[in-house]
Write a protein that binds this ligand. Sequence first.
Ligand SMILES: CC(C)(COP(=O)(O)OP(=O)(O)OC[C@H]1O[C@@H](n2cnc3c(N)ncnc32)[C@H](O)[C@@H]1OP(=O)(O)O)[C@@H](O)C(=O)NCCC(=O)NCCS
Length: 165
Amino acid sequence: MNAAPDVIVRLFTPADLIPCTEVERAVYGSGAYSTYFFRQLYDLFPRLLWVAEDRRMGKIVGHLCAAIGQGGQTGWMLNTAVLAHYRRQGVGRRLMEQGMAELRAAGVQRVLVTAEPENEAALRLYEKFGFQPVRLEPDYYGDGCDRLVLECRVMQAEVTQQEGS
Ligand SMILES: CC(C)(COP(=O)(O)OP(=O)(O)OC[C@H]1O[C@@H](n2cnc3c(N)ncnc32)[C@H](O)[C@@H]1OP(=O)(O)O)[C@@H](O)C(=O)NCCC(=O)NCCS
């Protein structure tokens, strides 16, 4: 379902650096990625950085960051963020569809993502794309919080949302 008809999903450009950083701060506060991070990720993986833009408001409202590990076999979903006002309208799903399609096209065999075990929204979203928990890593970021690592086997799972899931 697309309940946010004014929101388009497109590739990131350098003009989105500051708006994306602002979305990060709004969503993650002190845990936000910096402008430097976005710039360097764009230099490394220009097709793995996607934004959601409200065309009517002229505003970036979400983004997705992904990467590919050394050897090219493992993709990482680094971050999916949508401003609170735009959630539950299919924006995160549309960002994920693009990110997963790019990782698949790049030939990765699996995609990993981490999430807080109590982050219901993220876990349900990733589940829809075939991710399953593989382990719990204590103190993953050194902040005292544990993170679930979830995996999607790209060759075995459909990367687009399953009908009726
Ligand atoms: C996770 C996040 C990106 C989801 O974005 P979104 O645009 O609201 O997601 P969508 O509307 O596309 O939802 C897609 C599916 O995800 C699941 N989902 C999303 N939010 C959910 C919630 N609050 N509770 C339960 N399931 C949820 C549902 O299965 C949903 O499908 P449905 O609406 O048909 O039921 C958003 O909640 C967010 O930015 N959270 C804060 C940042 C964050 O935690 N990111 C993940 C880091 S690991």
